[in-house]
Design a protein around this ligand. Structure first.
Ligand code: BDR
Ligand code: CA
Length: 316
């Protein structure tokens, strides 16, 4: 790890693409993963927590501290996505039952304690799932808002619309009330929406490259991709599937591969038709205060080169 490495907490609901994001982070010397917090999302909490442990063991990093968090959204009943990720959330390849320990502390308390104890604005939060843990932490300890360096979140969509309803992306749809708390908290927030991730499409050649590594990470990521691609290819009629969550790590490591705009984004929490929509004032027509850096482009090939090179660092 580099002396200048960016300290991050990864809040996640693995999920195959969360898995790739965690593997990318753990292979990148620019990032120092000081904890992983899990939340209910793609699958229920017991499975997202188990999956986080499986992924860290796959990376040979059983030293990573994993904390289990909220098992349901703030107000709504939990919606999961087994139709995309399979029953386990990590379908595609059988991986060993994890044996590494789970930390006894609740994820929300870990987040609060960590930001209170660290020097101000030295740790970045990466959210790869519904924002329930972060909202709970901000509600329980509003003082941490000014201590968080940045939040980088996969979620939302504007020109691309939604992926679970016509207007809402999955992470925002599952817990729009939590998202609203986070977007309203005045924290430096970068949003990695579907507008970006729908351009980060896998393809057959990439899967071949991964298999050619002949490593357990290469095989796992190839098999996960084979699994979740089938759903997305049918849905979008594309040749590959969007790798959503790894774009968050890609942005942290190589921000030059992305562009965006500082705008106002509000979260719809009321309407049954559009709940979870990220109402992004892209053309600045409302005069509302800017609260997010909303990304909209990615250098797809540059991102995949980075990802492939980093995943290729795993041995064995
Ligand atoms: C997001 O939802 C989940 O299915 C993925 O892991 C990603 O975080 C994409 O909408
Ligand atoms: Ca996710």
């Amino acid at each position: 790890m580099l002396a200048s490495a960016q300290k991050i907490i990864i809040d996640t609901d693995p999920g195959q693409d969360d898995g790739v994001a965690i593997l990318l982070a753990l292979a990148s010397p620019e990032l120092d993963v000081i904890g992983i917090t899990t939340v209910a999302g793609n699958v229920p909490l017991d499975l997202t927590t188990k999956n986080a442990r499986i992924i860290c063991e796959l990376a040979n990093r059983s030293d990573i501290k994993i904390f289990s968090g909220c098992d349901k959204p703030l107000k709504k009943p939990l919606v999961t996505a087994e139709n995309v990720h399979g029953k386990t959330g990590l379908d595609g390849i059988e991986l060993p039952e994890p044996t590494m320990p789970l930390q006894p502390q609740h994820a929300v308390d870990f987040i609060i304690e960590t930001f209170r104890n660290a020097p101000e604005k030295t740790i970045t939060l990466c959210t790869l799932g519904p924002m329930t843990n972060i909202a709970q932490a901000l509600m329980k300890a509003p003082d941490i808002a000014t201590r968080i360096q940045k939040i980088i979140s996969m979620g939302g969509g504007f020109f691309e619309g939604g992926n679970i309803t016509p207007s809402a992306e999955f992470n925002m749809f599952v817990d729009p009330d939590a998202a609203k708390v986070v977007f309203d908290a005045g924290i430096d927030l970068t949003v990695v929406p579907l507008d970006v991730t729908h351009k980060a499409l896998t393809n057959a050649q990439w899967i071949q490259q991964l298999r050619a590594f002949k490593t357990s990470v290469g095989e796992a990521v190839a098999s996960w991709t084979d699994f979740f691609e089938r759903y997305d290819k049918e849905k979008y009629g594309s040749a590959g599937a969007p790798l959503h969550d790894p774009c968050v790590m890609g942005y942290l490591i190589r921000p030059d591969l992305f562009t965006g705009k500082h705008i106002n984004v509000e979260i719809e929490t009321e309407s049954p038709l559009t709940a979870g929509a990220t109402v992004a004032d892209w053309w600045k027509v409302t005069g509302r205060t800017q609260n997010a850096y909303f990304l909209n482009t990615i250098d797809r090939d540059g991102f995949f080169d980075l990802l492939t090179e980093r995943l290729g660092r795993y041995q064995g």
